[in-house]
Design a protein around this ligand. Structure first.
Ligand code: ATP
Length: 246
Protein backbone atom coordinates (compact mmCIF):
# COMPACT_ATOMS: atom_id res chain seq x y z
CA UNK A 1 0.00 0.00 0.00
CA UNK A 2 1.21 3.50 -0.80
CA UNK A 3 2.43 5.94 1.80
CA UNK A 4 -0.58 8.22 1.34
CA UNK A 5 -2.99 5.37 1.94
CA UNK A 6 -1.09 4.52 5.12
CA UNK A 7 -1.21 8.10 6.34
CA UNK A 8 -4.89 8.38 5.53
CA UNK A 9 -5.51 5.11 7.41
CA UNK A 10 -7.36 3.68 4.42
CA UNK A 11 -8.20 0.01 4.65
CA UNK A 12 -6.23 -2.46 2.59
CA UNK A 13 -9.36 -4.48 1.95
CA UNK A 14 -12.66 -2.65 1.79
CA UNK A 15 -15.81 -4.67 1.23
CA UNK A 16 -18.94 -2.54 0.91
CA UNK A 17 -22.50 -3.76 1.07
CA UNK A 18 -22.11 -6.98 -0.85
CA UNK A 19 -24.87 -9.48 -1.50
CA UNK A 20 -24.21 -13.11 -2.39
CA UNK A 21 -26.91 -15.51 -3.42
CA UNK A 22 -27.09 -19.13 -4.46
CA UNK A 23 -30.34 -19.35 -6.41
CA UNK A 24 -33.09 -18.69 -3.90
CA UNK A 25 -30.72 -18.62 -0.89
CA UNK A 26 -29.35 -15.23 0.06
CA UNK A 27 -26.10 -16.04 1.86
CA UNK A 28 -24.95 -12.42 2.39
CA UNK A 29 -27.09 -9.32 2.72
CA UNK A 30 -25.34 -5.98 2.43
CA UNK A 31 -22.20 -7.06 4.25
CA UNK A 32 -19.41 -4.53 4.80
CA UNK A 33 -16.05 -5.33 6.36
CA UNK A 34 -12.55 -3.94 6.14
CA UNK A 35 -9.00 -5.01 6.93
CA UNK A 36 -6.25 -2.46 7.47
CA UNK A 37 -2.62 -3.05 6.67
CA UNK A 38 -0.93 -5.44 9.17
CA UNK A 39 -4.17 -6.22 10.96
CA UNK A 40 -5.53 -9.59 12.01
CA UNK A 41 -9.29 -9.45 11.63
CA UNK A 42 -11.69 -12.26 12.39
CA UNK A 43 -15.19 -13.05 11.23
CA UNK A 44 -17.09 -15.30 13.59
CA UNK A 45 -20.58 -16.73 13.57
CA UNK A 46 -22.62 -19.90 13.63
CA UNK A 47 -22.79 -22.56 10.95
CA UNK A 48 -24.36 -21.21 7.80
CA UNK A 49 -23.99 -17.55 8.85
CA UNK A 50 -22.24 -16.80 5.56
CA UNK A 51 -18.60 -16.76 6.64
CA UNK A 52 -17.30 -18.95 3.82
CA UNK A 53 -19.42 -17.10 1.28
CA UNK A 54 -17.80 -13.84 2.37
CA UNK A 55 -14.27 -15.20 1.88
CA UNK A 56 -15.22 -16.79 -1.43
CA UNK A 57 -16.62 -13.50 -2.71
CA UNK A 58 -13.42 -11.68 -1.72
CA UNK A 59 -11.29 -14.39 -3.35
CA UNK A 60 -13.45 -14.23 -6.47
CA UNK A 61 -14.69 -17.82 -6.46
CA UNK A 62 -18.31 -16.75 -6.03
CA UNK A 63 -19.78 -13.63 -7.58
CA UNK A 64 -21.45 -10.96 -5.50
CA UNK A 65 -24.68 -9.58 -6.96
CA UNK A 66 -24.33 -6.14 -5.42
CA UNK A 67 -21.71 -4.00 -3.68
CA UNK A 68 -18.00 -3.43 -4.11
CA UNK A 69 -14.73 -5.09 -3.14
CA UNK A 70 -11.64 -2.88 -3.14
CA UNK A 71 -8.13 -4.15 -2.50
CA UNK A 72 -5.28 -1.68 -2.09
CA UNK A 73 -7.51 1.05 -3.44
CA UNK A 74 -8.45 -0.84 -6.61
CA UNK A 75 -11.82 -2.30 -7.39
CA UNK A 76 -11.48 -6.05 -7.89
CA UNK A 77 -15.13 -6.99 -8.50
CA UNK A 78 -14.39 -7.96 -12.06
CA UNK A 79 -10.98 -9.59 -11.54
CA UNK A 80 -10.74 -13.37 -11.85
CA UNK A 81 -9.78 -15.42 -8.80
CA UNK A 82 -6.33 -16.01 -10.35
CA UNK A 83 -5.77 -12.29 -10.92
CA UNK A 84 -6.72 -11.60 -7.31
CA UNK A 85 -4.11 -14.12 -6.12
CA UNK A 86 -1.56 -12.36 -8.29
CA UNK A 87 -2.45 -9.02 -6.73
CA UNK A 88 -1.75 -10.45 -3.24
CA UNK A 89 -5.11 -11.78 -2.11
CA UNK A 90 -5.05 -15.49 -1.24
CA UNK A 91 -7.48 -17.86 0.40
CA UNK A 92 -6.72 -20.98 2.40
CA UNK A 93 -10.08 -22.63 1.85
CA UNK A 94 -12.19 -24.58 4.31
CA UNK A 95 -11.26 -28.25 4.36
CA UNK A 96 -7.80 -27.34 2.96
CA UNK A 97 -8.63 -28.43 -0.60
CA UNK A 98 -5.21 -29.84 -1.21
CA UNK A 99 -4.71 -32.27 -4.06
CA UNK A 100 -4.32 -35.65 -2.37
CA UNK A 101 -3.32 -37.48 -5.55
CA UNK A 102 -0.41 -35.10 -6.13
CA UNK A 103 2.85 -34.95 -4.20
CA UNK A 104 3.52 -32.47 -1.43
CA UNK A 105 5.91 -30.58 -3.72
CA UNK A 106 3.42 -30.47 -6.59
CA UNK A 107 0.82 -28.99 -4.26
CA UNK A 108 3.22 -26.17 -3.38
CA UNK A 109 4.09 -25.60 -7.04
CA UNK A 110 0.41 -24.91 -7.73
CA UNK A 111 0.59 -21.96 -5.33
CA UNK A 112 3.48 -20.57 -7.36
CA UNK A 113 1.83 -20.74 -10.76
CA UNK A 114 1.96 -17.00 -11.31
CA UNK A 115 5.75 -16.81 -10.76
CA UNK A 116 8.71 -17.52 -13.02
CA UNK A 117 11.28 -20.36 -12.83
CA UNK A 118 13.88 -19.32 -10.25
CA UNK A 119 11.34 -17.53 -8.04
CA UNK A 120 9.26 -20.70 -7.90
CA UNK A 121 12.17 -22.80 -6.65
CA UNK A 122 13.13 -20.38 -3.90
CA UNK A 123 9.50 -19.90 -2.80
CA UNK A 124 8.96 -23.64 -2.53
CA UNK A 125 12.32 -24.20 -0.76
CA UNK A 126 11.49 -21.51 1.80
CA UNK A 127 8.35 -23.45 2.70
CA UNK A 128 10.35 -26.67 3.07
CA UNK A 129 12.85 -24.81 5.28
CA UNK A 130 10.03 -23.79 7.56
CA UNK A 131 8.04 -27.02 7.59
CA UNK A 132 10.48 -29.90 8.01
CA UNK A 133 7.69 -32.49 8.07
CA UNK A 134 6.67 -31.37 4.62
CA UNK A 135 10.27 -31.36 3.38
CA UNK A 136 10.76 -34.96 4.51
CA UNK A 137 7.72 -35.97 2.47
CA UNK A 138 8.12 -33.73 -0.54
CA UNK A 139 7.90 -36.57 -3.05
CA UNK A 140 5.11 -38.45 -1.31
CA UNK A 141 1.44 -38.06 -2.09
CA UNK A 142 -0.31 -35.41 0.00
CA UNK A 143 -2.79 -38.10 1.06
CA UNK A 144 -0.18 -39.57 3.46
CA UNK A 145 -0.04 -36.35 5.50
CA UNK A 146 -1.86 -36.04 8.82
CA UNK A 147 -4.65 -33.49 9.18
CA UNK A 148 -2.28 -30.99 10.78
CA UNK A 149 0.34 -31.45 8.07
CA UNK A 150 -2.32 -31.02 5.39
CA UNK A 151 -3.32 -27.71 6.99
CA UNK A 152 0.34 -26.60 6.99
CA UNK A 153 0.56 -27.62 3.33
CA UNK A 154 -2.54 -25.56 2.51
CA UNK A 155 -1.03 -22.55 4.30
CA UNK A 156 2.34 -23.23 2.64
CA UNK A 157 0.67 -23.25 -0.75
CA UNK A 158 -0.93 -19.89 0.04
CA UNK A 159 2.43 -18.50 1.28
CA UNK A 160 4.15 -19.51 -1.95
CA UNK A 161 1.81 -17.09 -3.73
CA UNK A 162 3.38 -14.29 -1.60
CA UNK A 163 0.14 -12.85 -0.26
CA UNK A 164 -0.31 -9.39 1.16
CA UNK A 165 -3.59 -10.48 2.66
CA UNK A 166 -4.12 -14.11 3.63
CA UNK A 167 -7.65 -15.31 4.25
CA UNK A 168 -8.14 -18.51 6.22
CA UNK A 169 -11.44 -20.39 6.38
CA UNK A 170 -11.83 -22.44 9.58
CA UNK A 171 -8.15 -23.44 9.72
CA UNK A 172 -8.45 -25.06 13.15
CA UNK A 173 -11.16 -27.49 12.10
CA UNK A 174 -10.25 -31.06 12.98
CA UNK A 175 -6.87 -30.22 14.54
CA UNK A 176 -5.72 -31.33 17.98
CA UNK A 177 -5.24 -28.58 20.63
CA UNK A 178 -1.45 -28.73 20.19
CA UNK A 179 -1.71 -28.28 16.44
CA UNK A 180 -4.25 -25.50 16.87
CA UNK A 181 -1.74 -23.66 19.04
CA UNK A 182 1.02 -24.17 16.44
CA UNK A 183 -1.35 -22.95 13.75
CA UNK A 184 -2.19 -19.74 15.60
CA UNK A 185 1.51 -19.17 16.38
CA UNK A 186 2.20 -19.47 12.67
CA UNK A 187 -0.62 -17.04 11.81
CA UNK A 188 0.79 -14.50 14.27
CA UNK A 189 4.28 -14.98 12.90
CA UNK A 190 3.10 -14.42 9.31
CA UNK A 191 1.31 -11.31 10.51
CA UNK A 192 4.45 -10.01 12.21
CA UNK A 193 6.22 -10.40 8.86
CA UNK A 194 3.72 -7.96 7.35
CA UNK A 195 0.98 -10.23 6.00
CA UNK A 196 -2.51 -9.02 6.88
CA UNK A 197 -4.86 -11.76 8.00
CA UNK A 198 -8.60 -12.28 7.67
CA UNK A 199 -9.63 -15.39 9.55
CA UNK A 200 -12.99 -17.09 9.74
CA UNK A 201 -13.46 -19.35 12.73
CA UNK A 202 -16.09 -21.20 14.68
CA UNK A 203 -13.55 -21.29 17.49
CA UNK A 204 -14.57 -17.78 18.47
CA UNK A 205 -12.51 -17.55 21.61
CA UNK A 206 -9.24 -18.44 19.91
CA UNK A 207 -9.90 -16.22 16.93
CA UNK A 208 -10.71 -13.22 19.11
CA UNK A 209 -7.55 -13.84 21.11
CA UNK A 210 -5.39 -13.63 17.99
CA UNK A 211 -7.26 -10.83 16.25
CA UNK A 212 -7.26 -7.08 16.68
CA UNK A 213 -10.83 -6.58 15.46
CA UNK A 214 -13.76 -8.81 14.74
CA UNK A 215 -17.14 -9.04 13.03
CA UNK A 216 -20.03 -11.25 14.03
CA UNK A 217 -22.05 -12.59 11.12
CA UNK A 218 -25.56 -13.80 11.70
CA UNK A 219 -27.86 -15.08 8.96
CA UNK A 220 -25.85 -13.28 6.31
CA UNK A 221 -25.58 -9.88 7.97
CA UNK A 222 -23.04 -8.21 10.24
CA UNK A 223 -24.69 -8.26 13.64
CA UNK A 224 -21.83 -6.77 15.60
CA UNK A 225 -18.32 -5.45 15.11
CA UNK A 226 -15.61 -4.04 17.31
CA UNK A 227 -12.22 -4.55 18.84
CA UNK A 228 -11.45 -8.17 19.69
CA UNK A 229 -11.16 -7.24 23.37
CA UNK A 230 -14.63 -5.64 23.35
CA UNK A 231 -16.19 -8.56 21.55
CA UNK A 232 -14.63 -11.15 23.81
CA UNK A 233 -16.14 -9.38 26.84
CA UNK A 234 -19.62 -9.14 25.31
CA UNK A 235 -22.01 -11.20 27.39
CA UNK A 236 -24.65 -11.83 24.69
CA UNK A 237 -21.98 -12.88 22.28
CA UNK A 238 -20.47 -15.22 24.83
CA UNK A 239 -23.85 -16.83 25.30
CA UNK A 240 -24.50 -17.19 21.60
CA UNK A 241 -21.09 -18.17 20.27
CA UNK A 242 -18.58 -18.81 22.98
CA UNK A 243 -20.62 -21.69 24.42
CA UNK A 244 -18.54 -24.78 23.91
CA UNK A 245 -15.26 -23.09 23.26
CA UNK A 246 -15.40 -20.63 26.16
P1 ATP B 1 -20.09 -23.12 7.60
O1 ATP B 1 -19.24 -22.84 8.76
O2 ATP B 1 -21.11 -24.20 7.86
O3 ATP B 1 -19.37 -23.27 6.31
P2 ATP B 1 -20.66 -20.42 6.89
O4 ATP B 1 -20.91 -19.39 7.93
O5 ATP B 1 -19.33 -20.46 6.27
O6 ATP B 1 -21.03 -21.85 7.46
P3 ATP B 1 -21.70 -20.38 4.24
O7 ATP B 1 -21.04 -21.66 3.92
O8 ATP B 1 -21.21 -19.15 3.63
O9 ATP B 1 -21.76 -20.18 5.81
O10 ATP B 1 -23.25 -20.55 3.91
C1 ATP B 1 -24.21 -19.48 3.99
C2 ATP B 1 -25.56 -19.97 3.43
O11 ATP B 1 -25.42 -20.23 2.03
C3 ATP B 1 -26.05 -21.27 4.04
O12 ATP B 1 -27.47 -21.18 4.10
C4 ATP B 1 -25.61 -22.33 3.07
O13 ATP B 1 -26.46 -23.44 3.11
C5 ATP B 1 -25.72 -21.59 1.75
N1 ATP B 1 -24.73 -22.08 0.75
C6 ATP B 1 -23.39 -22.06 0.87
N2 ATP B 1 -22.78 -22.52 -0.24
C7 ATP B 1 -23.78 -22.85 -1.10
C8 ATP B 1 -23.84 -23.39 -2.43
N3 ATP B 1 -22.72 -23.67 -3.09
N4 ATP B 1 -25.06 -23.60 -2.97
C9 ATP B 1 -26.20 -23.31 -2.29
N5 ATP B 1 -26.23 -22.79 -1.06
C10 ATP B 1 -25.05 -22.57 -0.45
Amino acid sequence: MGLMAKIMGKPMLDVKEINVRYGPIQALKSVSISVKESEIVTVVGANGAGKSSLLRAIAGTVKESKGSINFEGKNVNNLSAAARVKSGLTLVPEGRQIFVSMTVEENLLIGAYSQTGTQVKSSVESIFDRFKNLANRRHQLASVLSGGEQQMLAIGRAMVAKPKLMMLDEPSLGLSPILVKQLFDLIKELNSQGISILIVEQNTKLALKAAKRGYVLELGTVRQQGSATELSKDKDLAKAYLGETA
